[in-house]
Design a protein around this ligand. Structure first.
Ligand code: AHR
Length: 480
């Protein structure tokens, strides 16, 4: 048994939660779109206008506030006009990014219909790889314009008289990497390219918000991007994957990584602020953490499939705790990815599988508004050899909303239960609704054969100042 103290200070609000930190990302890659999200109207798999119904319902249940599309690497060679108009007339293309055949059955109109069905805000990334600023501006016109002009009229002709009002747009994806079609030579080139794209796109709709390519481990890249393109952009895109095949990475290292991620995001924000001040960039710029996940060696192109377990659920919950704490400087985060690719949700023919990581999103998105309040945790530690860090076994974050405290507490300990003394300033709870995900071991997974091995469990009890958290568990305590 480990002992810990959590002190929640309801008198100190850090910021109000930006629910967009619970966003998702879907890409034309492997079986994410085709077979995962889209099966077509003639499929024997139940669907709504071609959108796969079981996946639609599962995604609705985790209430993503925003969904990024169409890539990822895919977007750097995607020409959006291939994906509009009568479906039987759309060209099949060879996808230069992933080496697949892109049938273009799912395009802008299908994506917009799908995000509306799940109740999310669209977030479209434009092709800044082998695409042009004109093509990107035409996409903004197609989506947002009411004018009597070519691309707006195309949208109307294809059955959508009202504009889609897509507010959030990304300019390119990972243009610093040689794997990216149309990659940039260096940050300066990418920043000037970003300026041209932003300028073209904003001439069509000045109200749009733009996300520019940043790097998680290269401050010099980020400095050049802010220095050159700062007045044109609203967010810097940051991606982080934890590759679990690195030699010697243990469970303890994996669940230590969210600390490094949180620190890194804070450092990137400091770099943004320092650069803005140094170069007198007036525009406020925040971070869009628009790809993040664990990545196992079995997740290989072109499918990138993996089935994650309780340990990955713990990693995911720890990142979400960090994102709650950072949501004033990282207001947007999109998990990579939602369906079949590094997935939260897997499909096999007409079956669907919800992973423990999915269950974490289910738990956390129960409350998507409120104030993130100050929390201090005193906990025993262990040492992560990979990161050289002292890691507390317990991590906690809290949201205060309408006379309830939602305490998100993770017990990293692989074997021991945690006894937590909870102190809340300015609030005396009476009841606890305790929901948690733990399974029976850190390696427990859900499979098509045993889909409910790991589930959300719950209990209700009277509040007493000591609460127990199971070993290797993700917990939400609703204190009222
Ligand atoms: O999410 C899979 C891929 O990982 C994305 O296409 C790319 O942006 C990243 O490198």
């Amino acid at each position: 048994m480990i002992r810990s103290v959590i002190y929640v200070d309801l008198d100190t609000t850090l910021h109000s939660l930006d629910k967009r930190v619970y966003g998702q990302f879907v890409e034309h890659l492997g079986r994410c779109i085709y077979g995962g999200i889209w099966v077509g109207e003639n499929s024997t798999i139940p669907n709504v206008n071609g959108h796969r119904l079981d996946v639609l319902e599962a995604i609705k249940a985790i209430k993503p506030p925003v969904v990024r599309w169409p890539g990822g690497n895919f977007v750097s060679q995607y020409h959006w006009m291939d994906g509009i108009g009568p479906r039987d007339k759309r060209p099949k293309r060879f996808d230069l990014a992933w080496g697949q055949v892109e049938p273009n059955e799912f395009g802008t109109d299908e994506y917009i219909e799908w995000v509306r069905l799940i109740g999310a805000e669209p977030f479209i990334v434009v092709n800044a790889g082998n695409g042009t600023p004109e093509e990107a501006a035409a996409w903004v016109e197609y989506c947002n314009s009411t004018r009597d002009t070519h691309y707006a009229n195309l949208r109307k002709r294809y059955g959508h008289p009202e504009p889609y009002n897509v507010k959030l747009w990304g300019i390119g994806n990972e243009l610093w990497g040689r794997w990216q079609v149309g990659f940039c030579r260096d940050a300066e080139e990418c920043a000037w390219r970003t300026v041209q794209f932003a300028d073209h796109m904003k001439r069509v709709d000045s109200s749009i918000k733009l996300v520019a390519v940043g790097v998680d481990y290269d401050p010099e890249w980020n400095i050049d991007m802010i220095r050159i393109a700062g007045e044109y952009i609203d967010y810097l895109s940051i991606h982080t994957y934890i590759f679990t095949d690195r030699q010697g990475k243990t469970y303890e290292d994996l669940v230590a990584w969210p600390i490094a991620i949180e620190e890194n995001l804070k450092h990137i924000y400091i770099t943004i602020e320092q650069t803005r001040h140094r170069y007198r960039v007036k525009k406020e710029i925040k971070i869009a953490f628009d790809e993040w996940n664990v990545w196992y060696p079995e997740a290989q192109p072109p499918y990138l499939e993996q089935i994650t377990s309780v340990k990955d659920a713990i990693f995911t919950a720890l990142v979400l705790n960090a994102l709650q704490r950072l949501s004033n400087i990282v207001p947007i985060a999109t998990f990579a990815q939602t369906v079949n690719v590094l997935p939260l949700i897997l499909t096999k023919e007409n079956k669907i599988l919800l992973t423990p990581q999915y269950l974490v999103f289910k738990l956390y998105t129960e409350i998507t508004e409120g104030n993130v309040v100050a929390v201090d945790t005193i906990s025993p530690h262990y040492i992560s050899k990979e990161l050289g860090l002292a890691v507390p076994y317990i991590d906690a974050s809290a949201i205060h909303h309408q006379n309830k405290v939602y305490l998100f507490a993770v017990n990293r300990h692989p074997d021991e239960e945690a006894e937590i003394a909870i102190h809340i300033k300015s609030f005396t709870p009476i009841a606890v609704h305790h929901k948690y995900i733990a399974g029976t071991s850190i390696n427990d997974k859900n499979t098509f054969e045993e889909p409910n091995k790991v589930k959300i469990e719950e209990k209700n009890y009277k509040f007493s100042e000591t609460i127990k958290l199971p070993p290797h568990s993700v917990n939400m305590l609703i204190l009222s």
